[in-house]
Write a protein that binds this ligand. Structure first.
Ligand SMILES: Nc1nc2c(ncn2[C@@H]2O[C@H](COP(=O)(O)OP(=O)(O)OP(=O)(O)O)[C@@H](O)[C@H]2O)c(=O)[nH]1
Length: 321
């Protein structure tokens, strides 16, 4: 029987970073298959995670919970029958619903060959309340259906950990919540069952309905009346830019800041690999944070995910003049 681990979490929470750690420090002598679902047309994550020892399957240009659900189930069955892996790791896109992925993994044809071992959701302590406020339907689903929740960005924002813990505990009273900095976290603690390494704070009642909207004041029911169910593909957009421009570091930084501050809509995530005179740079943007690191993998692409984006404006910002 193959063990399935689902690594969920909102855009930029740290799913790929966690998978890199798991592959490096855990699963010794195991046959592993990794399924990567990037919402954009290109999979930056798959490029970064490809490694001779594991089989990586990319499912891009949409969400495995929406239009690509058929592709996902088919890919799972094929991989199970062909490789008989010990472990399948699934990284859904940051806007994927964990409840849907759970349902697909339990479909007949999969459940006779594999079982979900653990659903781990990575939650960014700095941005979780904003994501719950604005994209509650997706964020909340990822938290509520997790067996284990791993807090990220804790070392950068230690003052945010308690509030994030409370918010998450309010949404999921049963999951274990791991709050240790990742450098101190042992992979076995993440993969195995409950650990004691979490803060203990009394559960707080939240003032939200199930779809993430605030309840009206003085309301004593637990619904706001909104019964909408939105798909990721209705709610989020992606803009994929292929660019042969050779950037300088300051120029690239300037353009990313311009993307953040002066373009229409809300950019929630940008990632890609672009050229500089010295080589290639891996760009990772989440609101309020830009990371650019040298990269041995070549590329000329940038994928931007957000809401109300203007394709023309963003493309002209990064393309060759
Ligand atoms: N300092 C810090 N950086 C983090 C942490 N988690 C993620 N990052 C950074 O945030 C960026 C996005 O991390 P990823 O691991 O790619 O996030 P993701 O959840 O896979 O992103 P998507 O799949 O695009 O939704 C990268 O630059 C990471 O290095 C964290 O705990 N601390």
């Amino acid at each position: 029987m193959t063990d399935i681990y689902i690594i969920s979490g909102f855009l930029g929470a740290g799913k790929t970073t966690l998978i890199q750690k798991l592959l490096k420090e855990g699963f010794h002598n195991k046959k592993i298959v990794l399924i990567e679902n990037d919402f954009g047309d290109i999979s930056v994550d798959a490029a970064l995670l490809k490694d001779g020892n594991i089989e990586v399957r990319e499912i891009n240009s949409g969400c495995i919970c929406c239009s690509l659900s058929g592709n996902f189930v088919k890919a799972m069955k094929e991989l199970l029958e062909r490789f008989h892996p010990d472990v399948i790791l699934i990284e859904p896109s940051g806007v994927g619903k964990l409840s849907d992925i759970t349902k697909f993994c339990r479909e007949q044809g999969i459940r006779s060959l594999a079982r979900i071992k653990k659903r781990i959701t990575v939650a960014d302590v700095k941005r979780c309340s904003v994501y719950l406020e604005n994209f509650g339907e997706f964020f909340e689903d990822q938290i509520k259906h997790a067996d284990s929740i791993l807090l990220s960005w804790t070392e950068n924002y230690p003052d945010k950990v308690k509030d994030a813990y409370r918010l998450i505990r309010g949404l999921n009273p049963n999951a274990e919540i791991l709050s240790l900095p990742w450098t101190k976290l042992k992979v076995d603690e993440v993969l195995d069952s409950h650990s004691d390494n979490h803060l203990r704070i009394e559960r707080q009642d939240t003032d939200r309905c199930r779809c993430g909207h605030h309840l009206m004041q003085n309301s004593n029911h637990k619904e706001c009346g909104c019964r909408h169910h939105h798909s990721a593909e209705q709610t989020f957009e992606t803009v994929t830019i292929r660019t042969s421009r050779v950037f300088s570091l300051p120029d690239l930084q300037k353009r990313i800041l311009q993307m953040e501050k002066n373009t229409r809509g809300t950019v929630l995530r940008a990632k890609g690999i672009v050229r500089t005179a010295q080589g290639y740079l891996n760009i990772q943007y989440v609101p309020g944070n830009i990371q650019m690191t040298e990269c041995t993998i070549g590329g000329n692409m940038l994928c931007i995910i957000g809401h109300g984006l203007n394709r023309k404006e963003l493309t002209s910002l990064f393309e060759v003049d």
